[in-house]
Design a protein around this ligand. Structure first.
Ligand code: C2E
Ligand code: MG
Ligand code: MG
Length: 721
């Protein structure tokens, strides 16, 4: 894989012999030289051999002449004559030596040309001066050639003549010629070589250099230099292709550079965005950390941070032998404000309270929202007297009324105070005891109260009950009972009211008046209502499976109606158990409806909830506005049992019941009377035109298993009477 970096080609300076041109010249010149020198050498050899032939012929002719003249002298055996002939022959140019030998090769002549250098040298090296011996010695010298010619007399060979000739002169002439030729060949070779080099360099090397240079420029990203190679050779084609390739590469490189620029731009953009996101995330993290420790509504420290501060202050107080106070503040009647004016106004009130609280405190104190309408205050380095003073200051800061829209509200508060180390050595016990003291303050209406272990009993039990109730749903301690409602005109039971029972493992049966009221002080009521809803709807399904078509009425509290997922929950459960919402009825206490009528009207308009029958429960105990009564989508009005129970012999209650029945009928509502314990009451109610009755006279609330037979019994008894 390429690492992306550009590699450069460097044109090296070469020695001539390594260059293509040099090698070409060497090759051509070498071949030429070898051919020409070989040719010259062959010529030289031919000349030498021709020369030898000439010498031979000459030697033969001299031998023959010598033979023919020597016959007489031989016959006469005239050595002098023979020597003279020999001298005459020897004096000839090139002749080194001549001799006449007998048939046994014994020399018959003695003449020696003592001026001859060869003869001199031979004589110097020999003791014997016999001519034939000298001939043998001369034969060994390369430059000399000897020839034998027989001397004939009438077909008889008398002797032989030997003539030794020197061919060195001819050889030297041929060698000189040969040298000359070699030299001229060298010159020609050099010249031709240079010529070839010149042509080769012009036609091939220069274009090659141009191409190489061009390639090097491309490698160095220098584009736009066109290569020009004139002519019509393959190199011209190559240069054109090269230029085309250069253009293509330039385009590709331009594309790549543009892409790289884009990439870099994108990278920079990305880095910028990453940086921005990082800064945002950091800010978000800081915000999340802050939110984790602060209450979103009031922006005061939340329970976690407050407890943390309390722990820190306890730790410091422990080291420095100091006291710490923890104050638990709870607004009085906040629930009513919330229920009456709605949540948004409740929130505004909490905000106003939160803004006033710090004004009564020191910088080193911590105030935070503990939850709901509860605030906690940590006072470091203090004592109980100072803590009580601070509590008074805080309460004084809340004395001035709060303005919410058009409403002027005086909202008091109760403060419980617990001291470290007197009332607890850790945060948990200080908080618990401040809470107990706060309930004590509420109970005694003293507004603030220092924790008193003596008064702890009731509140601890209350707190414990709350905790137990929270677990009751999971522990299966709740049970749903059903009380029949009888329609007076038909004497039939069409509907039953679902009422929750709590069987506490230690306390036994706890009255709903008590635990429902306790649950209503927090969201715990929603947990219970959810349980009631599922139990009710699943029970309706079971009865339907048994052929019993029973409508079940459940009781809902203010917090349930403010639960935005109420309708969805009911719809989901009806789907789950395949039960029509019309089999469900809902009772809402008059006080709950009238504390926030607009909101209740809004909630009940939901398409799912609008299929349900509503009843105003405990009618007569609240202060219903006729205006709202008219607009409410309710079908029933349930007269509170307190009026029904005391009706007999009580003219006032009787007239209330009568008025309620008349009013309800006028509004087109069905009237239900609860708390019917006696036949007299029943008769009275019938006379007054009441439509439906519910009470111990017929049956108390019973469990699901008993209900069907109870209904049957009621209906049978009723029809008999
Ligand atoms: P409520 O809704 O008005 O229920 C009627 C109460 O009257 C029931 O008391 C019932 O047992 C009682 N009652 C019926 N007939 C007679 C009678 O002839 N004489 C007398 N003296 N009392 C009779 P219970 O079951 O103790 O419930 C008390 C209240 O607790 C209920 O009043 C209701 O407001 C609340 N409650 C009970 N169960 C639930 C529940 O599941 N959810 C909610 N939100 N509230 C519930
Ligand atoms: Mg009821
Ligand atoms: Mg009631």
């Amino acid at each position: 894989m390429s690492d992306g970096s550009i590699k450069y080609t460097v044109i090296k300076k070469r020695r001539v012999l390594n260059s293509l041109g040099g090698q070409m010249v060497l090759l051509v010149s070498g071949i030429l030289l070898i051919a020409m020198i070989t040719n010259a050498y062959i010529q030289f050899r031919d000349e030498v051999s021709t020369m030898e032939q000439v010498l031979k012929v000459r030697a033969q002719s001299l031998g023959q002449v010598l033979s023919s003249v020597s016959v007489d002298a031989l016959v006469e055996y005239d050595v002098n004559k023979l020597n003279k002939y020999i001298e005459a022959v020897t004096s000839q140019t090139q002749v080194v030596h001549a001799v006449i030998v007998d048939m046994q090769d014994h020399s018959l002549t003695t003449y020696l040309d003592l001026n001859d250098i060869y003869i001199q040298d031979t004589l110097d090296s020999l003791d014997n001066v016999d001519s034939s011996v000298i001939v043998n010695e001369l034969d060994k010298i390369a430059e000399l050639v000897s020839y034998k010619v027989p001397v004939m007399f009438e077909d008889m060979m008398l002797a032989q003549t030997i003539v030794v000739l020197d061919n060195s002169e001819y050889v030297a002439v041929s060698a000189a010629k040969f040298e000359e030729k070699v030299l001229s060949t060298l010159f020609i070779g050099l010249f031709v070589g240079m010529g070839i080099y010149f042509v080769f360099s012009r036609k091939i090397l220069t274009p090659l250099h141009v191409l190489s240079d061009g390639a090097n420029k491309i490698a160095n990203s220098e584009f736009g230099n066109k290569i020009k190679i004139t002519g019509d050779s393959e190199l011209t084609d190559l240069s054109e292709n090269f230029n085309q390739m250069s253009e293509n590469i330039e385009l590709l490189v331009a594309d790549r550079d543009a892409a790289l620029d884009d990439l870099e731009e994108l990278n920079t953009d990305l880095e910028k965005r990453v940086q921005e996101r990082t800064i945002e995330l950091q800010a978000l993290n800081v915000e999340i950390a802050r939110q984790a420790m602060h209450d979103p509504l009031t922006e005061l420290p939340n329970r976690t941070l407050l407890v943390e501060r309390l722990k820190q202050n306890i730790y410091l107080a422990k080291r420095n032998n100091k006291h710490v106070a923890f104050l638990m503040l709870d607004l009085n009647n906040f629930k009513e404000v919330n229920d009456t004016l709605g949540h948004p106004q409740g929130d505004r009130l909490l905000l106003d309270v939160a803004s006033r609280l710090p004004m009564a405190l020191r910088q080193s104190d911590t105030v935070g929202r503990f939850g709901g309408d509860e605030f906690g205050i940590v006072l470091p380095d203090t004592d109980s007297e100072k803590a009580v003073d601070v509590a008074k200051k805080v309460l004084a800061s809340l004395e001035q009324s709060f303005t919410l829209d058009d409403h002027e509200l005086s909202i008091g508060a109760s403060i419980g105070i617990a001291m470290y180390p007197e009332h607890g050595e850790d945060d948990a016990s200080l908080i618990r005891h401040a809470d107990v003291a706060m309930y004590e303050a509420k109970g005694s209406k003293g507004e603030h109260c220092l924790y008193d272990p003596e008064a702890d009993h009731y509140t601890t039990a209350r707190l414990a009950l709350m905790t137990d109730l929270r677990n009751a749903v999971d522990n299966d301690e709740l049970q749903l009972y059903f009380q029949p409602q009888v329609v007076l005109s038909t004497k039939k039971v069409l509907k039953v009211e679902a009422l929750t029972r709590w069987n506490h493992p230690e306390l036994g049966s706890v009255s709903p008046e008590k635990f429902i009221a306790l649950a209503e002080t927090s969201d715990l009521i929603r947990l219970i209502s959810a349980w009631v809803l599922e139990k009710t709807i699943s029970q309706i399904a079971k009865w339907q499976a048994q052929g019993a078509d029973i409508i079940v009425s459940i009781n809902l509290s203010a917090r349930d109606l403010l639960n935005p997922s109420l309708a969805e929950n009911i719809e989901a459960l009806c789907e789950k158990y395949d039960v029509s919402p019309s089999k469900l009825a809902i009772e809402i206490a008059e006080s709950v409806i009238m504390s926030n009528p607009e909101q209740v009207i809004d909630v009940l308009k939901h398409p799912v909830l609008s299929q349900i029958n509503y009843a105003i429960d405990d009618f007569g105990t609240g202060f219903s506005s006729l205006r709202y009564l008219k607009r409410l989508p309710v079908r029933e009005v349930k007269i509170d049992k307190s009026f029904v129970l005391d009706m007999i012999g009580n003219a006032e209650d009787t007239s209330i019941v009568r008025s309620v029945i008349e009013l309800a009928h006028n509004l087109g509502h069905v009237v239900v009377a609860e708390g019917v314990e006696t036949e007299q009451t029943l008769t009275q109610l019938e006379l007054l035109g009441c439509n439906v009755v519910q009470g111990f006279y017929f049956s108390p609330a019973v469990d699901a298993d008993a209900l069907l037979s109870v209904i049957k019994e009621i209906e049978n008894e009723f029809s008999e009477s």
